[in-house]
Design a protein around this ligand. Structure first.
Ligand code: FCB
Length: 457
């Protein structure tokens, strides 16, 4: 199809090969938690533990995508994007985490991949989006070194079955969040608040990433192997030396702990003493692996100040009163995206970068027909895509951009109240209604030119 040229003959701002996509994750949308032999994951356990998730919400039904995937793929096709990033539920594939493959579960992903290809949408498969099989947690989970082999075997099993049709595969989604929220702050599954578990999990997440990358690489050379980190610029509130130290520490824990081992084969200096306890000879060489692409998830930036009263000497600072924030309380800081992309290039060298998640939750009120006029989300996306353009103009090799998320879904410990979708989901009926942001994204993808949010109703 000929590309639509804007009236003033300006060239399209994104080239035709730029990958536009949408992202989801298994536990957040699939539901069918006990169907067809799926085993429990740590998120089933966590969400069923009273007090862990807002409103007592669980992923038992979620968007019921497991049964409604055909309609959902139609929504993706109508959106016009070239790629769909989804994750495989490890415990749907392997109910015990290892050993026996659950044929019914595996065939769901088989049909999903075929359905995408039939619609001209390229599957981007993420092997791990936080839902460790409970059976493996019972044996120590990410804090147990054997998890490295469990993950490698699972990765090889999935790609052995789907890798004839799936080329783009990501190892882990946001290991920093798994480590910090799951093992240190206890607000995500498995809900631990244990410094030793945090240190061990952090290292094993890295080792699992590196080991699986090299294992898959040795199996097939045409797979496009990557992994996904959530990187956020850290801003020091004060200008004292202690504020700078607090900022360095947070930057190391949030960003450096996973990026530096991957690209440089070492931990940030301030983390060595803590994480070094889990490191064995040869580990850092196993972690440092070439990547075909690097996935960056970015939503905001982090503000930090020194706080001698806190255990680790720092505290996160709320955005200033005048700052714009989303329903998550996250500061809207679009320029953080270009800044982070430029910084990521400096650290990664020539590895192509893909923005694998970006998006926003807002308290939008649906009208009587369930239409959602989500101008704020549309503005958020518009401003962030412009920053992608700015980073590309500055020489960063950004190859794609994926919106989080296709559908409103289960937002982890926040439950269903926080809605990130381009498509509204009425959980009572499972009706899907595309929002203004969906139509805006459709225009962007069609034209390769960023439309003004005000111009799309
Ligand atoms: C990211 C997660 C994703 C979603 C968004 C809002 O950190 O990867 O699952 O929850 O945040």
């Amino acid at each position: 199809m000929p590309r639509i040229v804007p009236p003033d003959d300006r060239p399209p701002e994104f080239p035709p090969e730029f990958v536009w996509g949408v992202s989801t994750a298994a536990y957040q949308i699939e539901g069918a938690a006990t169907s067809d032999g799926r085993g429990p994951s740590i998120w089933d356990t966590f969400s069923h533990t009273p007090g862990r998730v807002a409103n007592g919400d669980t992923g038992d039904v979620a968007c019921d995508h497991y049964h409604r995937w055909v309609d959902d793929l139609d929504l993706i096709q109508a959106l016009g994007v070239g790629a769909y990033r989804f994750s495989v539920s490890w415990s749907r594939w392997l109910p015990d985490g290892r050993g026996r493959v659950n044929r019914a579960g595996a065939s769901f992903y088989d049909r999903l991949v075929d359905g995408l290809l039939e619609r001209g949408v390229e599957p981007w498969l993420c092997l791990y989006h936080w839902d460790l099989p409970q059976a493996l947690q019972d044996e120590g989970g990410w804090a147990e070194r054997d998890v490295v082999d469990w993950f490698g075997d699972y990765a090889a099993s999935v790609m052995g079955a789907l890798g004839d049709r799936v080329a783009h595969v990501a190892m882990l989604n946001e290991p920093n969040v798994v480590g910090l929220m799951g093992h240190l702050l206890g607000i995500h599954a498995p809900g631990q608040t244990d410094l030793a578990a945090y240190a061990a999990a952090t290292h094993h997440l890295n080792l699992a990433t590196g080991s699986a990358l090299s294992r898959l690489r040795s199996e097939r050379s045409d797979w496009r192997l990557g992994t996904i980190l959530n990187l956020q610029p850290v801003v020091a509130e004060g200008d004292g030396e202690d504020d700078a130290a607090a900022s360095d520490l947070l930057d190391a824990a949030w960003n450096g702990n996973h990026l530096e081992p991957l690209v440089a084969g070492r931990y940030p200096a301030v983390m060595e003493a803590l994480i070094g306890t889990a490191v064995r000879d040869g580990d850092m060489e196993r972690i440092r692996q070439p990547l075909d692409w690097f996935g960056l998830n970015l939503y905001s930036q982090l503000r930090v100040a020194a706080d001698p009263a806190s255990l680790i000497g720092l505290r996160l600072v709320d955005p200033p009163d005048e700052a714009e924030t989303t329903a998550m309380g996250w500061e809207v800081a679009p320029e953080a995206l270009s800044r982070q992309l430029i910084d990521a290039k400096a650290r990664l060298g020539d590895v192509p970068i893909v923005v694998t998640e970006n998006g926003a939750a807002y308290r939008d009120r649906p009208g009587p027909d369930l239409e959602v006029d989500d101008l704020r989300r549309t503005r958020y996306l518009e401003r962030h895509v412009r920053e992608v353009e700015a980073a590309r103009a500055a020489g960063v090799d950004v190859r794609g951009y994926f919106v989080w998320s296709l559908l409103d879904n289960f937002e982890w410990h926040e439950g269903y109240a926080k809605r990130f979708g381009l498509v509204f989901v009425d959980y009572a009926t499972q009706r899907r209604v595309p929002k203004r942001s969906y139509r805006w994204y459709q225009r962007l993808v069609r034209d390769g030119v960023v439309p003004s949010s005000a111009d799309v109703a």
